[in-house]
Write a protein that binds this ligand. Structure first.
Ligand SMILES: Cc1cc2nc3c(=O)[nH]c(=O)nc-3n(C[C@H](O)[C@H](O)[C@H](O)COP(=O)(O)OP(=O)(O)OC[C@H]3O[C@@H](n4cnc5c(N)ncnc54)[C@H](O)[C@@H]3O)c2cc1C
Length: 399
């Protein structure tokens, strides 16, 4: 077993690390203070990323292009893995800025997961946000009330979406809506709604605890018409398949959110090790039980962090090799989300007044990290999914 990052990604990851340190970190506090201001410095960076991605396995913030389903015997480290590894490095720089990167929205992953070939081509290069959450529907995404009614070769959307990351800035929003409430979760489909479509309106931007650089929008849809060809994937309502279609989105996005948590925690962990470098054994030669309490706490965090990193990479490796990874995606998200929160907050605690002060970024990373254990499914929801998979229970049998 080789636990190192694949050599072929080295150049890409070195570039991502340099970008994190030299571009993102210097503007980190500026956009933490200037909530809702667009980080214009990211435009150039996005073009750079586009160039880097042209060659194949890329460094994306949210868009991985591999699809699962066809099983073969290949064993490769592909785009899902390089994307996650890139995200870890970029979030070492700043999570909110990573989430604000043009053309790298979580909606792009939704498109990658469920779009057909024609749609993949048509929506290439777009910046897509993802809108699932509604005032009456968060964790229970099957409770969606936004409707999509077919009218000739168009669908008419009506409803309200809240907490849409990049909802104001993105070129389009991937909206989850039901074709027929009576048919339950099988009738939920996703639709690409381009920005500026009549009937779609950003109602407000939210003020948040962390990731303040990232815009979070509430969007209303009133008789909003989109071409029928913008329904992602298959329009057929397959009651037997249930939620499987749109849920494939999460198999792509959850490992990426796990990667964000790993990257954000890495920033805190490295900073705390630097602050206490004189009290740590760089060679790990001192037995754990003879280490100081401070050192033992840091070593333990390092071990937990490494476990979260490996689980995240495993989930992406499975995706790259077209292996169904829903369980592993949730395991990675649950572990990385929780450990990310624990590490960033513990680092504030260990550095005490220095950790709590705005002269350092430790307090900001603790705030930024919290959302990574909430969106794309909370800690509790990931545990519920893992339990269902382990016990072979359906969502109605284990709630
Ligand atoms: C900054 C930010 C950005 C976001 N970006 C997006 C986005 O881009 N797109 C999008 O669609 N959504 C987005 N969201 C919404 C996010 O996905 C939801 O907040 C999340 O799914 C939880 O839903 P909720 O807030 O309604 O909480 P609820 O579902 O009401 O949950 C409240 C609490 O109850 C727990 N809980 C709920 N059900 C169960 C259960 N069955 N068993 C045990 N515990 C349970 C939860 O874990 C949680 O702790 C964002 C949210 C925030 C804050």
């Amino acid at each position: 077993m080789n636990l190192q990052n694949p050599k072929k990604f080295k150049m890409l990851l070195d570039q991502a690390h340099e970008t994190a340190v030299n571009v993102l970190r210097p503007i980190s506090r500026k956009y933490d203070k200037a909530e809702h201001a667009y980080p214009k410095e990211l435009d150039m960076l996005a073009s750079l990323l586009d160039g880097m991605n042209d060659g194949g396995d890329g460094l994306n913030a949210g868009a991985a292009i591999n699809k699962r389903g066809d099983h073969d015997n290949s064993n490769k480290n592909g785009t899902n893995m390089s994307t996650a590894l890139g995200i870890i490095e970029m979030c070492y720089g700043d999570t909110g800025l990573l989430l604000s990167m043009p053309r790298q929205g979580l909606g792009n992953s939704a498109i990658a997961a469920v779009a057909n070939d024609e749609q993949l081509e048509r929506f290439k290069g777009t910046w897509a946000a993802m809108a699932i959450t509604e005032p009456g529907c968060g964790s229970d995404s099957a409770a969606i009330r936004t409707t999509a009614t077919q009218d000739g070769d168009e669908y008419i959307l009506n409803g309200e979406k809240i907490f849409v990351t990049s909802g104001e800035r993105a070129d389009s929003v991937v909206v989850w809506a039901t074709l027929d409430k009576k048919l339950g979760r099988a009738a939920i489909k996703s639709f690409v709604v381009p920005k500026g479509t009549p009937g779609m309106k950003v109602e407000r931007l939210e003020h948040k605890l962390g990731i303040k650089a990232s815009d979070t929008a509430a969007i209303s849809f009133i008789d909003c018409r989109v071409p029928a060809a913008n329904l992602l994937g298959n329009a057929e309502i397959d009651v037997a398949k249930g939620f499987a279609g749109v849920m494939e989105t999460f198999d792509n996005t959850r490992p990426l959110v796990a990667a964000m948590a790993v990257g954000c925690a890495k920033a805190s962990l490295e900073r705390i090790k630097e602050i206490f470098k004189d009290e740590l054994d760089a060679d790990y030669a001192t037995p754990y039980l003879q280490s100081s309490n401070l050192a033992a706490q840091i070593y333990r965090m390092e071990a937990e962090w490494e476990a979260a990193r490996l689980l995240t990479i495993k989930a992406t490796w499975m995706a790259d090799n077209k292996k169904p990874n829903s369980r592993e995606a949730s395991i990675a998200k649950a572990k990385a989300g929780r450990i990310g929160n624990e590490i960033t907050l513990k680092c504030v605690e260990l550095a005490a007044s220095v950790g709590y002060n705005e002269d350092e970024l430790l307090e900001k990373w603790a705030r930024d990290s919290k959302i990574l254990d909430i969106f794309e499914g909370t800690q509790q929801i990931q545990q519920l999914i893992i339990a269902r998979r382990e016990l072979g229970k359906s969502s109605s049998e284990l709630k």
